[in-house]
Design a protein around this ligand. Structure first.
Ligand SMILES: *[C@@H]1O[C@H](CO)[C@@H](O)[C@H](O)[C@H]1NC(C)=O
Ligand SMILES: *[C@@H]1O[C@H](CO)[C@@H](O)[C@H](O)[C@H]1NC(C)=O
Ligand SMILES: *[C@@H]1O[C@H](CO)[C@@H](O)[C@H](O)[C@H]1NC(C)=O
Length: 459
């Protein structure tokens, strides 16, 4: 039913400006649950636009799905009398969101036009170069950015892990690549990481690295690999926009500056879609949860193939045990000085956070811990030096990290370390021990925080 409502609403959003009149009705269904109906005027019989606008629609749909699932949660927790007001408030919010989406769409359209002009310019230039062999490889008549905007050609199942449409006018791409400077060799198991470990003392103010334009940037993942594998280095930025039903694009940027300019050095098309914002990058692999499953994948960034897939036993998924903001954040990968972790819950643990140390190569569980903190009461969680930390709120501008669990002693305790959600919708928080920062994705903004650890000698 919720999906149906969201679909109707997404049709409404995708419609032409002439279709703006819509009615919103609330009623009971036979099961005694609330039912919402959106009715929109349609200029033609087929009220849902198809084909070319599919990608955009899916992004909108996913956003609305998240809204609606949140709404469902709200409904369940309030009385019938109270729900009317809450619904009206939610409805107003959705309408506001819609206006924002339309504005974003316009922005995107402008960007696409600019990019197309840029492509034309680059093509023209590469043709003038004498005997540029790469220039011929660009598929004639194809728009290299087209897959970023819409994939008109049917279901993407047919696309392989390397997207043929990503040619970047070849010659221009090579030119750009030649400017990439040599990056230092990856640091592996550097001695001293363990010694420098300590309890979290404080978190600095967020530093805003980049604001994402476009609706697909509401939430996502951005990271640097603490132990990168060549040709990628410690400065390489990895980014996944997590809004959408078919999230497969992983962007690699040379560094934060290129991220800000919006020029990826490479775009990977993942063979399996990504669920939510739990992914991480570690030792040259992207680790992520496959959409709508408890299957964990290790995608090797050098060979560009799935190296390992393994089910995380009994783990809840697709909205069973998410963080408090929802968004299907059931399984969250984390990396710290001690290795690769999965933060999740199981029916046996009845929604309490389960923590598993994974073998980064095989994804097998090495050891697990069960905490007594419920996963859906925390906004996010991350690991530092073998300790789990949980965030109280994803939206309060001034909140706290209010719980920690030490895997060395299997003990949890309440703490109160101030933390700022500057943009008030924090969907991802991950620790990077190589640069001792928290990376977060806060409402279209990629931010980072410096962290201060307590010197273990002074405890
Ligand atoms: C829905 O059901 C409730 C309780 O059964 C009732 O009070 C309310 O009037 C019904 N609303 C509609 C729109 O039928
Ligand atoms: C942390 O804050 C959340 C949200 O306010 C609350 O539900 C939870 O009980 C708190 N945890 C502790 C250990 O105080
Ligand atoms: C949050 O904390 C900052 C810094 O401590 C302060 O300047 C700001 O006024 C606080 N904001 C709110 C909403 O309390």
């Amino acid at each position: 039913m919720w999906l149906l409502a969201a679909v109707c609403l997404s049709c409404l959003l995708g419609g032409a400006p002439a279709q703006e009149r819509a009615t919103f009705r609330r009623g009971n269904n036979s099961g005694g649950r609330c039912q919402y109906t959106f009715i929109v005027d349609s200029p033609t019989d087929a009220s849902c636009p198809g084909g070319s606008d599919r990608e955009g629609l899916q992004s909108r749909l996913a956003l609305l799905e998240a809204q609606v699932s949140h709404l469902a949660g709200v409904e369940a927790s309030i009385t019938v009398e109270g729900s009317q007001a809450a619904l009206q408030e939610k409805y107003a919010k959705i309408v506001a969101e819609r206006t924002q989406l339309l504005r974003d769409k316009e922005q995107l359209d402008i960007q696409v036009r600019e990019l197309q002009q840029e492509v034309q310019r680059l093509r023209a230039r590469s043709c003038q170069l004498p005997s540029s062999p790469g220039g011929q490889r660009a598929p004639s008549g194809s728009n290299i950015f087209s897959h970023l905007v819409s994939r008109a050609g049917g279901p993407s199942e047919t696309a392989g892990p390397t997207d043929a449409s990503w040619q970047f006018g070849r010659a221009a791409y090579q030119e750009f690549k030649a400017e990439v400077t040599e990056l230092p060799a990856p640091r592996r198991n550097q001695k001293g990481d363990q010694d420098r470990c300590g309890e979290l003392e404080s978190v600095g103010d967020p530093e805003t690295i980049h604001k994402v334009d476009g609706i697909s940037g509401k939430y996502g993942v951005w990271l640097q690999d603490p132990e990168p594998v060549a040709p990628y280095g410690p400065k390489t930025v990895w980014r996944l926009d997590a809004v959408g039903a078919d999230v497969r694009q992983l962007f690699a940027y040379e560094d934060k500056q290129q991220l800000s300019r919006g020029f990826p050095v490479k775009v990977f098309l993942l063979p399996q879609p990504v669920e939510s914002t739990g992914a991480t990058v570690y030792r040259g692999s992207l680790y992520y949860q496959r959409r709508h499953s408890r299957t964990l994948l290790r995608y090797d960034l050098v060979s560009e193939t799935v190296a390992v897939r393994r089910d995380l036993s009994h783990a809840g998924f697709h909205g069973q045990y998410p963080y408090s903001w929802g968004g299907y954040t059931d399984i969250d990968f984390a990396v710290d000085e001690q290795g690769l972790w999965a933060i999740y819950s199981t029916t046996k643990a009845k929604g309490a956070i389960v923590l598993s140390l994974l073998d980064p190569h095989s994804l097998e569980i090495r050891r697990s811990w069960e905490t007594n903190i419920r996963k859906n009461t925390v906004a996010n969680a991350f690991m530092i030096c073998g300790r789990l930390y949980t965030l109280a709120s994803y939206s309060a501008p001034n909140t706290t990290i209010n719980y920690s669990f030490d895997t060395a002693t299997s003990q949890g305790k309440a703490i109160a370390i101030p933390f700022r959600n500057r943009y008030q919708y924090n969907s991802m928080v991950d620790y990077n021990y190589a640069n001792r920062k928290l990376f977060a994705w806060d409402n279209f903004h990629m931010v980072s925080y410096n962290v201060q650890l307590r010197d273990p000698d002074n405890i």
